[in-house]
Write a protein that binds this ligand. Structure first.
Ligand code: ADP
Ligand code: MG
Ligand code: MG
Length: 890
């Protein structure tokens, strides 16, 4: 007989935390908490296998499920001394969904299940609180009516609002038993009106209705979309948790709350969260009343922290907090209820956190001995470091503060205000900076939040949807700014007399919660000690070297500041575009007289040498790979009338002649045209000038600093052995000439990009003339797929959305295709030339998944944009640890 049902609480815990696949995250952790002695109301979990069986068998349950559920219900009844459906002492339960990973789109929880017109009387008698009983009943009818029977939420809200207006009350807690009774009656009528059905009064019918709704929600469109976006297979299924109710709405010695064992925004080791007295379930996040802080330390003037209001339960919660952290060895996100001063735990999970918090918590926990350094390294998502490197508001900048909300997700962001996720996405796609402003957000807004620089909400707390999602995504968020009033009809918001229309700019400071008018200047982030500590630990573990792609002094300095161990790619063409240079470049290309041409080249030599001198100085002896001119020459050609005239004057030609010459240089397919080493071979004087500039600069800086500069000269777009052989010979001739003129000696390397499939295949031949290879994975991806990276935007997203490609191959390396060529290049290159140095310098050099691959194939280093250097250092350490683990288990 298959076991479909696992009990927890009251001494029988059939599940464990490791059984998340079978019991879902919520169910597994409820059992785990109960098994370590924490106060968890007893209940049971119907496994994810039931969900799969349900769908495999035409939406029918396994035969023996009902008997197992009945037995588990009886166990709860025994534990609580109550009977499900009993008119005198009714057991009430919650029905909660819970997949392996928390998933929006799944059925909302139904509380107080088991109430009807009779049992509500029993509850009133047994609790001695009639108001509480009817409050629970109205909650149940509303939840069941909307969640299970599909009557839109707002129908119930409208009735309640109407009631409150007539009665002249604002707060739910001021409504009496008799009044709630009227509301319940009205709710029953609404349900009948909208569904044509009676509200089910039989508790067994209620229970199976709710269970069916959970399993049904697994295949609803929202859940399907979410699964598709997050690669969650439909076969996983969801579990259902049925749990005896505890009541936070029984009076002023009762409460409900959500909290984190540490601050999820900063990582500080303080208890953090919100609670509400005399409330139930989602009241805290729903924004019906303003939640109160947990701790005195975090309370502001006029607030009522739980520490003061419910000191006993708070003390108990502190004990639980320490216990849970020690047990799970991670920061926890807890849901709890206090019933008549007694604490109950309803959920725990590893808490979502900002990058800054992840970093601080990892370092602190390693120091506290809760986790190892290796664990700490793996606890911080490499890409999230990006957020730490983001700007903050310039303290000296002028500003007009509009209001203040909750500091829900740190960082500073400015942008145009928009009020819908759709508009947000549309504007972001056009390259605009946008701030999404909503009363509150829901899962439908997630795509808009992703496109936004920041999110501002009028309602909701630190644990509201907006706050949690924004922190997870690394978006700036200010939540619950109560003075923000949004009129979706006119697309205008007002804040204390200021009227702000769609498209107007505001600035958010997610670290303080402040909202400012217009754009406020920002300053670069300051790297914390924790950041440096983690980087140090990562460096001691990683095998891969990390360099940066940089050619300007600013980029080189940033690269050094972020710990780059050299420059893996300095693109010389970027130096050709400066206003003082482009004229010479144009003359060099267009001139037909040798002397004129050489004059332009000589002028460029001076600029290039200065460029290299400053880079070599900044890099202070670290390796620098300089790539010789790569793009098609016509990219530098003049277009505007004034530019044409300027070149014409300089060369003593007519504008028409220049125009004709430019036209003759146009190519049908320039990315596959006259570029890379093809240029250098047909115009040897250009490469000769660049080589000379590099060598002269290296000599100069070596002299200056006493550090031996070893320049690495890289020849791009090589396809054949002969190309590299000839280009290398020419470069060496120029180098000898320079060294002879100077009577100096210098160590140098000459290598090539491997960025064409032919080069990867012929790597064994090419390696004979190379001191190093650098895989140019952008071009290699482009040429392997035959896919122009400049044109892919119009169809690549379709490919990814429809599963034709797992990911954008320009973002994350295509292991099977492009990756196979890299692997071939590595193996053939090393076989022919032991000691050949191998790196990669495409965009993939900063992508953690790709970095794991490069570690696996045995490259020596990755090179990425300067801001990605910390990401790459951490990702390289994580890759090394993953390989260690694989080897250990192999
Ligand atoms: P979600 O996955 O949306 O967090 P939950 O199943 O955790 O949904 O439940 C939502 C709210 O209902 C939580 O705040 C939780 O504390 C409360 N809740 C769930 N079950 C019970 C119960 N048995 N007794 C009291 N409150 C409950
Ligand atoms: Mg929950
Ligand atoms: Mg290239």
């Amino acid at each position: 007989m298959t076991k479909w049902v696992y009990s927890f609480g009251n001494g029988l815990n059939e599940g464990r935390a490791e059984m998340r696949n079978l019991l879902g995250g919520k169910g597994a952790n409820l059992a785990e908490m109960a098994s370590i002695g924490l106060p968890v109301p007893p209940g049971f979990t119907i496994t994810t296998e039931v969900c799969s069986a349900f769908y495999d068998n035409g939406r029918k349950y396994p035969e023996d499920l009902r008997a197992q559920v009945d037995a588990a219900m009886q166990r709860i009844e025994g534990a609580m001394g109550l009977r499900f459906g009993d008119a005198d002492a009714p057991l009430l339960v919650s029905v909660r969904s819970g997949a392996r990973v928390s998933m929006p789109g799944m059925m909302d929880t139904v509380l107080n299940l088991g109430l009807n017109d009779e049992t509500v009387q029993g509850l009133a008698r047994s609790s001695g609180d009639e108001r509480f009983a009817w409050d629970s009943y109205r909650r149940f009818v509303q939840m069941y009516g909307s969640v299970v029977m599909g009557v839109a939420h707002h129908h119930f809200e409208d009735v309640l609002d109407q009631f409150k207006r007539t009665l002249g009350v604002i707060d739910d807690t001021a409504i009496t038993a008799a009044q709630w009774r009227e509301v319940v009656k009205a709710y029953h009528e609404i349900i009948h009106e909208h569904t044509g059905q009676e509200f089910p009064s039989d508790p067994q019918a209620q229970l199976w209705g709710a269970i069916g709704a959970v399993f049904g929600s697994w295949m609803n469109p929202r859940a399907n979309t979410y699964r598709r976006l997050h690669d969650i297979p439909a076969s996983w299924g969801t579990a259902v948790n049925v749990q005896s109710m505890v009541f936070g709405n029984m009076g002023d010695d009762c409460a409900t709350g959500v909290c984190f064992t540490r601050d999820p925004s900063t990582g500080e080791d303080v208890f953090y969260g919100e609670y509400l007295v005399n409330a139930q379930g989602e009241d805290v996040v729903a924004g019906i009343r303003t939640p109160q802080p947990m701790s005195r330390a975090r309370a502001e003037e006029g607030q009522h922290p739980m520490e003061m209001v419910l000191p006993d339960a708070y003390a108990e919660l502190l004990r639980v907090r320490a216990l849970l952290e020690r047990h799970y060895r991670d920061m926890q996100d807890i849901e709890f209820t206090v019933q008549r001063n007694v604490l109950y735990l309803l959920q725990t999970r590893n808490g979502k956190r900002t990058a800054a918090a992840a970093l601080k918590i990892a370092i602190d926990m390693a120091r506290e001995g809760l986790i190892s350094k290796e664990d700490a390294i793996c606890r911080v998502p490499a890409t999230s470091l990006d957020q730490l490197l983001h700007p903050a508001l310039d303290p000296k900048a002028d500003r007009v503060q509009l209001t203040r909300g909750l500091p829900a997700s740190p960082g500073a962001a400015s942008g145009a205000v928009v009020f819908t996720a759709e508009e947000c996405e549309a504007r972001a796609a056009r390259g605009e900076d946008v701030i999404l402003v909503r009363v509150e957000t829901s899962p439908e807004d997630v795509h808009g939040m992703h496109a936004a620089r920041g999110v501002l909400t009028a309602r909701g707390g630190m644990t509201s949807h907006a706050a949690v999602v924004a922190r997870g995504m690394g978006r700036v968020c200010v939540a619950g700014a109560g003075s923000v009033h949004i009129d979706y009809a006119t697309m205008v918001m007002t804040i204390d007399g200021h009227s702000i229309a769609e498209g107007d700019w505001i600035t958010l400071d997610g670290s303080t919660g402040a909202v400012y008018l217009g754009r406020v200047a920002t300053i670069p982030p300051i790297l914390s000690d924790d950041f440096n500590t983690l980087m140090g630990w990562a460096d001691s573990i990683r095998r891969l070297g990390v360099r940066a792609n940089a050619e300007t002094p600013d980029d080189a300095k940033t690269a050094c500041r972020f710990g780059a161990e050299g420059i893996g790619l300095a693109r010389t063409e970027h130096m050709f575009f400066g206003p003082d240079r482009i004229g010479h470049v144009r003359q060099m290309i267009i001139a037909d007289e040798e002397t004129v041409r050489q004059r332009a080249i000589n002028a460029l030599l001076v600029f290039q040498r200065d460029d290299f001198v400053s880079i070599f100085r900044i890099m202070a002896g670290l390796p620098v790979t300089v790539r010789l001119l790569d793009p098609p020459l016509h990219e530098f050609l003049p277009h505007a009338e004034a530019e044409l005239a300027e070149v014409a004057t300089a060369l003593g030609k007519t504008v028409e002649e220049i125009r004709a010459r430019c036209a003759s240089l146009a190519e049908a397919n320039p990315m596959l045209g006259h570029r890379g080493c093809r240029l250098g071979l047909t115009n040897p004087e250009i490469y000769a000038m660049q080589v000379r500039a590099i060598i002269e600069a290296a000599l100069q800086v070596s002299d200056e600093t006493g550090k031996g500069i070893v320049p690495e000269i890289m020849i791009p777009l090589v396809a054949t052995r002969a190309e590299l052989e000839v280009a290398r010979r020419a470069a060496e001739a120029e180098i000898s000439a320079v060294l002879q003129e100077r009577g100096a000696a210098l160590d140098y390397r000459i290598g090539t990009m491997i960025e064409l499939p032919r080069a990867a295949i012929q790597a064994g031949e090419i390696a004979h003339h190379a001191d190093f290879f650098s895989f140019g994975t952008n071009d290699l991806t482009q040429t392997t797929f035959g896919l122009s990276r400049d044109d892919a935007g119009s169809f690549l997203p379709f490919y990814v959305d429809h599963g034709l490609l797992p990911k954008d191959p320009f973002v994350s390396i295509d292991r099977e295709g492009v990756g196979a060529l890299v692997r071939m290049g590595v193996e053939r290159g090393r076989a022919a030339h032991p000691g050949l140095k191998l790196g990669i310098c495409g965009e993939h050099g900063g992508d953690p998944d790709s970095i794991a691959f490069f570690d696996e194939v045995g490259l020596d280093y990755v090179s990425c944009s300067p801001f990605r250097v910390p990401v790459a250092r951490l990702a390289a350490a994580q890759a090394a640890l993953a390989h260690r683990k694989e080897n250990a288990s192999a």
